[in-house]
Design a protein around this ligand. Structure first.
Ligand code: URA
Length: 435
């Protein structure tokens, strides 16, 4: 087989066979196929697309390029949850202890933030001593003992995706549905869960900008998961404005703790309950979404989800006292308010711009190796649809460098669009897509 012929075939709109795709991924992972040929293939895929069969084969070949975790040592049905990435998305921090408190084991692989989007691992590192570098044995033991463990992606989990993603990032070939779907699903399938629930974000702060695009991505991923024998559900949720009221690592952890104490903002809790219902249904724990919601509310109000969160933090080396005293978590030294320039109504809040403002404060990574400041962030005091008067506080910037705070202040001010007519905010949860 020659890579040249496969590129030519895809360029002409042909379909790659299973053996061609497997040969290509194996060769690329080993280093036999150079980056320039794979870049040409990625661009051809961007223009010609891939059909369902090609996308499934690509995903399975990427999954099989490295280790596939064996979670059979964990009792019960293991359900994983994954978000396609957003701003202010602290859902996993709230959802995982809730699900564990309901007796469904959570063995989760999470990532770090890159660019304007946040990552669960960075957020959790706000706890003194917290680590996600667990051996496989520790990981399994923690899930069995505590109910939940969160690990970082190990070096040999879907290595083909690592190489491909790095190439896509610099060749303008990230935003192609089959490529995004195979990238996410290869890692999810390699991390060994029995069932998968996906949060597909849509809007300014997400990869998918329209409902049509989000539905397409969600359907592709659901088909891949089910095609690989893992029941998969996708929930399409809004990312036109940030989720909840905080953006920034430690600030989001505090908001998650407040949510576990029963004081979560309504948009955030709607996403938590929608995803949680799907997880509990996939685990066979409930029949209806109403039943699932009721059970989730119970473990919040009786404090058991918060206690599991503290146990989980402790089991991974963190200080559980900080869960009950979040004022001990990293806090920034400077504070600037963002004021409304006019009377009117909040028309929209550009999630991408808010994510970028947080990055400028030092709360996000510019490159994979950037060191981030966990204390900085933005608190949104009003969200889309709210009435404001000129001079009212829209948001507060928390930082450690006054120049950066001022830059962030300008960006956040422009991210808020104030109109003259009250708009109805976009739905928080759009649609659930199942097999
Ligand atoms: N997240 C991934 O892991 N891969 C993509 O391609 C996009 C988002």
């Amino acid at each position: 087989m020659r890579m040249y012929d496969l590129i030519e075939k895809k360029k002409q709109g042909g379909h790659l066979s299973d053996s061609e795709i497997r040969w290509m991924i194996e060769g690329f992972t080993k280093g036999d196929i150079p980056d320039y040929q794979m870049s040409a293939m990625l661009m051809a895929i961007c223009f010609q697309g891939m059909n369902e069969r090609e996308t499934l084969t690509l995903t399975l070949a990427m999954r099989d390029s490295g280790d596939v975790l064996d979670l059979s040592g964990i009792h019960g049905v293991k359900v994983d949850k994954h978000s396609t990435g957003g701003v202010g998305d602290k859902t996993s921090l709230i959802l995982t202890p809730i699900i564990a408190a309901l007796g469904v084991p959570v063995a989760k692989m999470s990532g770090r933030g890159l660019g304007h989007t946040g990552g669960t691992i960075d957020k959790l590192e706000s706890f003194t001593g917290f680590t996600t570098s667990l051996s496989e044995a520790q990981f399994l033991d923690n899930v069995n003992r505590v109910g939940v463990a969160i690990a970082g992606q190990t070096a040999n989990l879907a290595p083909a995706d690592k190489k491909l993603y790095a190439l896509r990032d610099v060749t303008a070939t990230v935003a192609q549905p089959s490529l995004i779907a195979s990238s996410i699903m290869s890692k999810k399938l390699a991390s060994g869960a029995d069932a998968i629930v996906l949060d597909v974000k849509m809007g300014r702060g997400a990869f998918m900008q329209t409902l049509e695009e989000a539905k397409e991505l969600a359907s592709i991923m659901v088909n891949i998961g089910n095609g690989a024998g893992k029941p998969t559900t996708a929930v399409i949720t809004d990312m036109s404005q940030p989720l909840g009221n905080t953006v920034g690592n430690a600030m989001e952890v505090i908001e998650a703790i407040e949510a576990l104490q029963g004081h979560g903002p309504s948009d955030l809790m709607e996403v938590v309950f929608a995803l949680g219902s799907c997880m509990l249904q996939s685990a066979g724990r409930v029949h209806t979404r109403e039943e699932a919601q009721k059970m989730m509310r119970e473990v919040i109000s009786d404090g058991s989800a918060l206690r599991i969160f503290a146990d989980f933090v402790e089991a991974q080396g963190g200080n559980p006292t900080e869960v009950f005293h979040p004022e001990l978590l990293p806090a920034a030294g400077q504070k600037l308010e963002v004021l409304s320039p006019a009377d009117g109504y909040v028309d929209s809040i550009d999630a991408l711009a808010i994510g970028n403002a947080c990055m400028i404060l030092g709360g996000g990574r510019v490159t994979k190796d950037s060191v981030i400041d966990l204390s900085v962030g933005i608190r949104l005091l009003v969200k889309t649809g709210a009435a404001v008067d000129k001079g009212n506080s829209l948001a507060v910037i928390y930082g450690n460098d006054l120049d950066k705070c001022r830059q962030a202040q300008d960006i956040v001010q422009s991210a808020y669009h104030i109109g003259q007519r009250q708009v109805t905010p976009a739905p928080t949860v759009y649609q659930v897509i199942e097999a």
